[in-house]
Structures are given as C-alpha cells and as structure tokens.
Design a protein around this ligand. Structure first.
Ligand SMILES: Cc1cc2nc3c(=O)[nH]c(=O)nc-3n(C[C@H](O)[C@H](O)[C@H](O)COP(=O)(O)OP(=O)(O)OC[C@H]3O[C@@H](n4cnc5c(N)ncnc54)[C@H](O)[C@@H]3O)c2cc1C
Length: 513
C-alpha cells in the first residue's frame, strides 16, 4: 500500500514520465484510474486539491459571470480529492435512449452513438456509485404492497419514473469518491496519486498533433513537469474547458479549439420551483414521491435501495410533441387558497368524486436545456494564484425551454382528470415567474450538473472530441466527464459519465498497448 503523494514535497523542476496522466481526482479520474489498475501501465493522477477542503485551493475556482443568475463558479463544485462528489446529492438515473438521438426540433442534438453503446458499462457505473441493484423504471416490480403505489394517471404522455440513490453501506451519505476509493488507489501499485498538483498548462508539441508535456504548480510556488504518453482531462466540465482554452502558447485559440467550440454549449439542469400545484382528491401522496433527503420523511426503499418517484414525459410523447426531457418532483404539502379550494370542489363534483380529504402539493422539476453555443465559458482577464486565467461564464435561459415543459404539465393535468385522481394548477405563465418564482425565496435553482463544454461529435467542425473521447486533431489527449455530453437529457449526470469513463478505459487499454 502506497500513501498519497504531496506535490508540495517534490523538488522544484522535477519531471515525471508516466504512461498515462489523469488530470483531476474526482469521480471520473478516480474511476478511470481504478479501471486501468490491473494493466501494466504507470498511471499518475494529478489532483489539484488535497484530501480535505481548503479555502485557498477552492478560491482557484472563482470566476466572472454574465447573463442569467447562476451559481458562483467557486460554489457549485469542489476542488479537492473526490471533486464535487464530496457534496453531491446522490441522485442517479440513466439517460433515456432519446437523449442520444438527433432530434429535429433540438438544434445541435445527438450523440455519435446510441444508449446501446453505454449499456454494457452501466452495471459497473452503478456499482461505483453504490446505488443498489439496477431497477429504475422497473422498480414497481420490486415494491411490496406496503411500500406505496404510483399516482394513477389516465393513458397519455406522462408516467412515473424513478431515481435510485447513491448510498454507502457505512453511513447515510452518498458515495464520496475520494474517501470511498482512497484505499483502492493506494493499494494499486501502478497508480500514483499526487495531491495539491494543479495542472496549469497542456503543452503541445511543435507539430501541434500531440501533447508534449503538462505544466503543474502548487500553491506554495513549486513548478514541475509531466511528460506522459497519453493524457486524460478529468477536471470537471468547467476546468476541462479552462485548461484547453488557457493552453494557448502553441495554438492561439487553445488546445482542441481550432473550431471555436471549447467552452461553448455549457448546460446544467435548471430547477424552477413551485411550478404547479398538484391536488390528489383522496389526499396523501405515496411515500415513493417524497424527497429522500428530507429527514422528516420516511424514505422509500426498494430492495434495500433508497428511491424517489418522479413524473416524466414518455419518449413517445417527447417525440410527438417535440419536447425536451424533464423530471417533475412532488415537493411539499400546501394549503389551497379560497379560489383553489373552490376549483377543486367544482372539479370533483363534475367528475363525481369525493374530494373532502383532498390534499395539495407543490411540484418542482429538473429540466433539460436546449443546446446553446452562446451559453459558454471564456477566459477572463484576471489570473488565479497559480497564474491561470480565470473563467467567465455567460448563462442563457430562453423562455422556449419553459414553454416546452408547460406542455408536459398540461398533459399531466389531463391524465389526472382522466383517471379522476386529481388535478393540476400551473403556477407560471411568463418567463419571470419561472425564473424568480412567486416569492423571493423561490428563485430558480440549478442542479450544479456542469455539461457540454467539450462536446462529442464525429465531425471536428461540430465537436471537440470524437466518439472515443479523443480530442480532434490530437493523438494523445482524451477528455472524461460530462463536458463531452453533446445533448444532456434530464437525468443527473454522474452515473452516466462514469459509464462513459469506463468505456474510455477500455479504449485506452488498446491505445496504450
Ligand atoms: C451540490 C451538488 C449536488 C450534486 N448532486 C448530484 C446528484 O444528485 N446526482 C448527480 O448525478 N450529480 C450531482 N452533482 C454533480 C456531480 O458532483 C458531478 O457530476 C461529478 O462530481 C463530476 O465528476 P468529475 O470527476 O467529472 O468532476 P469533479 O467532481 O468536478 O472532479 C474534478 C476534479 O479535478 C480536480 N481539478 C480541477 N482542476 C484541476 C487542475 N487544473 N489540475 C488538477 N486537478 C484539477 C478537482 O479538484 C476535482 O477533484 C452535484 C454537484 C453539486 C455541486
């Protein structure tokens, strides 16, 4: 068993020459290294943070912002071993098949392959996030009568889908990758994990066809060089783009940015709140829909795994109505005002149902965004303590994304009436409402799911990396993580990006040989 290594202890000017350098020790970097641990190749993880949170290291993530209000760049991610998994929510759900397809109504959509390509990697990705057996939309078959039932809906475009939660066996937190897999990294004889090793530059050879070396710096002023045969950027979707843009000494636009795509198409999952009020005529909603993180709630389990039901448009409905993905959550019980109560009484009478025990609930949602090249990261003028240019993020959030989601809500309302189960009131009718909610405390949240800044496409004019995750035009540079997602879906990214990372590991085994 080897200890983690601290880059601050390296003599200044050292040069290391591994077979593979992985930049970033978050879920992607750690999983990639472990997937290659039994190969004969020497692997170096260059992790920019330490084992614990450190404010000075975290400050390297500060950046500028313009456009829509978004999470400050040093708050929606963590620069330490394990990356943002040190405070992730553990929500897991596979992408849907339609998320991979080119959709005529979604410009710039489509992956170079379908979900079938990722499917073989899902079981191992699921094991890494420790989210229990693979059930998801098949969960209903695993539920006992006492566990609760899904909301009865008339036939139509919305159905109940499921999240499974990452949960370690030892405590109630989601899997923190640095803690959970630290011992495995230390036990792997050919993996060296250097902490506090901030990569500041990816230097190209003069022929501009390959990476020649990496520049690494520590906050106490050390500088050293790594000359790997192959490099994988696994620094998160913001830092992957930053490193490529800032490495502009040989190619002025930055590494892999010959077509001005690096940093563009940034996306997240917007989470507008109180989007609608759901009334169930017979009262209580099944615990399946409760927020598993609400400590007052009795959480729902299936086969020993924490789960949460959500309402999702079917693939068919998305296709027919030209929608984007969305996952609608039941949030809190709420008291109806007089007009709302009168509407429930009148509707129940018209349907011939008893609503005397009726109960209202607020609904929230996580939305897929339309890809937008102008929602992008660029370099800001200011530099951080390692001398790297800081990032500047421009966020856009068009009204159109909300209007598409409104159709899903309208369909849900129709299906509730058709089954005589309940009814729905839509709460927002303009963009301002969606963005800012009905009260100042109810502003739109973001999922902190950073996506899309080094998108994957077979055509170098449309993507930064190819279908193998290799940067177009460069023989030995790859990208791991959700920065390569060209279209996003509404599922949370981590389990999916891990499946993609495991696929990359298989590919690297062939190119390293
Ligand atoms: C509050 C919050 C809640 C979330 N909840 C969920 C959820 O419920 N479900 C879900 O699927 N996802 C969730 N996410 C997203 C999830 O955390 C990310 O998808 C995941 O961490 C991405 O893994 P990664 O390894 O690609 O990147 P990161 O986790 O960002 O890891 C990148 C690593 O690279 C290191 N690094 C960065 N720059 C450099 C550099 N220049 N040199 C060397 N090292 C560097 C960082 O220190 C870090 O360790 C959440 C995120 C946040 C912030």
């Amino acid at each position: 068993m080897t200890a983690f290594l601290d880059a601050r202890a390296l003599p200044d000017g050292t040069t290391l020459s591994p077979d593979l350098a992985i930049i970033g020790g978050g879920p992607a970097g750690i999983s990639l290294a472990l997937a290659l641990k039994d190969t004969p190749y020497s692997i170096l993880i260059l992790e920019g943070g330490g084992q614990e949170f450190d404010p000075k290291t975290q400050a390297l993530y500060k950046g500028a912002q313009s456009g829509e209000r978004y999470v400050p760049l040093d708050q929606g991610r963590l620069r330490q071993l394990g990356g943002s998994s040190n405070h992730w929510g553990g929500y897991c759900r596979p992408l849907d098949p339609i998320d991979f397809e080119e959709r005529s109504w979604v410009p710039n959509s489509g992956w170079p392959f379908g979900i079938e390509t990722l499917k073989p990697y899902f079981p191992r990705a699921q094991a890494l996030v420790e989210a229990g057996p693979w059930m998801y939309d098949d969960i209903a078959r695993h539920l006992g009568a006492a566990d609760g039932t899904v909301i009865k809906l008339g036939a139509g475009g919305v159905y109940t889908s499921f999240f499974q939660f990452s949960k370690t066996q030892s405590d109630s937190h989601a899997t923190y990758f640095g803690q959970r897999y630290g011992a495995d990294l230390k036990a792997a004889p050919r993996i060296a994990t250097w902490l506090n090793a901030g990569v500041t530059g990816v230097k190209l050879a003069h022929d501009t066809r390959q990476v020649a070396q990496l520049s690494v710096a520590t906050l106490d002023g050390k500088r050293f060089t790594v000359k790997p045969r192959f490099t994988v950027l696994a620094a998160g979707a913001m830092e992957n783009a930053r490193l490529m843009l800032a490495s502009n000494d040989v190619m002025a636009a930055g590494v892999g940015n010959q077509n001005d795509l690096v940093g563009r198409f940034f996306a997240d999952h917007p989470i507008p709140r109180d989007v609608a009020t759901l009334v169930l005529f017979d009262g209580a909603v099944s615990p399946l829909y409760w927020n598993a993180h609400d400590i007052n709630a009795t959480t729902a389990m299936a086969d020993g795994t924490l789960i949460r039901a959500v309402l999702s448009p079917t693939q068919d409905y998305i296709r027919r109505q030209h929608l984007l993905g969305s996952l609608t959550t039941v949030e809190n019980p709420v008291k109806l005002d007089e007009a709302g109560t009168a509407a429930v009484v009148a509707t129940a009478q018209a349907l011939g149902v008893d609503a005397s025990n009726g109960q209202a609930y607020t609904l929230g949602v996580g939305l897929e965004m339309m890809p937008d090249p102008e929602r992008r990261l660029t370099l800001a003028g200011e530099r951080d303590a390692l001398g790297m240019p800081r990032l500047s993020l421009n966020t856009t959030q068009p009204q159109g994304d909300f209007l598409l989601y409104q159709k899903t809500l309208q369909e849900l309302g129709r299906q509730l009436l058709a089954s005589k189960t309940g009814m729905l009131r839509l709460n927002y009718h303009d963009r301002d409402g969606w963005m800012h909610g009905m009260t100042a405390q109810k502003q739109l949240w973001w999922g902190n799911h950073h996506l899309g800044t080094t998108r994957m496409h077979n055509d170098p004019k449309k993507g930064v990396v190819d279908a193998d995750g290799k940067v177009h035009g460069l023989a030995n540079l790859f990208v791991a993580g959700s920065s390569v997602f060209p279209t996003y879906g509404s599922s949370n990214p981590t389990m999916n990006l891990l499946a993609l990372t495991l696929r990359l590991a298989d590919h690297l085994k062939t190119v390293l040989a």
